[in-house]
Design a protein around this ligand. Structure first.
Ligand code: NAD
Ligand code: GLY
Length: 356
């Protein structure tokens, strides 16, 4: 078992990473006593796979709990779901001494965290992430929220969980496309912050794709360690935390321009390669390093180029209207070496057009 502490003072929390730990979440919560009873919030797919199992062991540990599920998918990540879940909590008599457990991927985590932030002006919640993306990224760091028709994640709050329990064994049932999407975020950490981890991802590709326990434990632990270090220095994304958006500037625009036909993970993979190429054009990154980044992304079965038939003009429009645009400036996270990045708005139209 590995445990990392996210050092945020009174908002700090442990991240437990352990194969098979889903079977021990009840025991662990019984000893921590964050809340007197819990609502397990999940989606209808994860409910069937793991929800009942978690409910059984909460009961064995003597923890009173209800389970509330909503239809899986991004389409549920909205204010209507928040309203419906809040009504179910209130009808079931949940009060400010009670807590929530987010059992699921990033959609469940973002909804549950936001609900916890606003129900009775804030109740405790625990993350039990079940997708790779959620285990290495969304369950840590306290970004919570929902979408509105005008854009993704436009309503939300920074609200940290009390604990994160990560069971890598759960990934065995994850569809391959979801696993690859998570791996794009994993590669992101290597490029932005950790050269040795990047090499590990090059060398252990087969073991990682086969979800071999030692390789997965190291992978998830390293990503969570890096994310925790970044959050500790910049919890509310005033500066450093923006490096976690590496690949997301062009990635989000590609995702939106494809009307979300290109998945988030695939779009981030394309965005990371584009950012590396811009960095080469700006003479900030060596061509060798860019080629290693591109080769690693391709080796994991992720795309490295914007599809030829995707409207470039639409990508430019989405780049300029992204919510991360500040005072009309588009910011790019560019690698300066494998394991190092910079944040800049100095990308000329020519440099952008070259990669588009
Ligand atoms: P998701 O939550 O929609 O899960 C993907 C699919 O996998 C769902 O159908 C789900 O039911 C299913 N699933 C989950 N676990 C499974 C398992 N173990 N086995 C089989 N199926 C399983 O998607 P996601 O990729 O986990 O998360 C995407 C969301 O995360 C987006 O809304 C994004 O905005 C958000 N996000 C948030 C942060 C943050 O910091 N808060 C960071 C990155 C992404
Ligand atoms: N996923 C980016 C962040 O948490 O800041």
């Amino acid at each position: 078992m590995a445990e990392i502490q996210v050092g945020l003072g009174e908002r700090g929390y442990p991240i437990h990473i352990e194969q098979g730990c889903l079977a021990r979440v009840g025991e662990q919560l019984a000893s921590r006593k964050f809340a007197k009873r819990y609502a397990v919030i999940t989606d209808d797919r994860v409910e069937v796979l793991y929800g009942r199992q978690l409910m059984r062991q909460l009961a064995v540990a003597g923890i009173e709990a209800d389970l509330f599920a909503f239809p899986c998918g991004e389409a549920s990540k909205n204010l209507a779901t928040i309203g419906a879940l809040a009504s179910r909590l209130a009808s079931a008599g949940f009060d400010r001494k009670d807590g929530l457990i987010a059992l699921g991927g990033g959609v469940v985590g973002d909804i549950t965290g936001f609900l916890a932030a606003i129900y009775m002006r804030g109740i405790p919640f625990v993350q039990v992430p079940t997708t790779l993306l959620a285990q290495v990224d969304s369950s840590v760091g306290g970004k919570t929220g929902v979408d509105i028709p005008e854009g993704k994640n436009l309503i939300g709050a920074f609200y940290q969980p009390k604990a994160v329990h990560i069971d890598p064994e759960i990934l065995a049932t994850l569809p391959r496309a979801e696993l690859l999407g998570g791996l794009a975020e994993v590669i992101k950490y290597g490029v932005i912050r950790d050269r040795a981890f990047f090499t590990f991802l090059e060398e252990r590709r087969e073991q990682i794709l086969a979800l071999e326990a030692a390789a997965m434990n190291h992978t998830i632990l390293t990503c969570c360690r890096i994310k925790a270090e970044v959050i500790e220095q910049d919890e509310r994304e005033g500066g450093l935390r923006r490096i976690l958006n590496f690949g997301h500037t062009i990635g989000h625009a590609v995702e939106a321009a494809s009307s979300f036909a290109i998945s988030h993970g695939h779009a981030v993979a394309i965005g990371m390669v584009a950012a590396a190429r811009i960095a080469v054009a700006k003479e900030m990154l060596s061509r060798d390093a860019e080629q290693r980044i591109t080769a690693l992304i391709a080796a994991y079965g992720l795309p490295v180029a914007i599809p030829a038939d995707l409207d470039r003009e639409l990508i430019r429009i989405y780049l300029k209207t992204d919510k991360k645009v500040v005072a009309g400036k588009v910011f790019y996270i560019l690698p300066t070496a494998i394991g190092a990045t910079c944040i800049t708005d100095e990308v000329s139209d020519r440099q952008l057009n070259q990669v588009l």
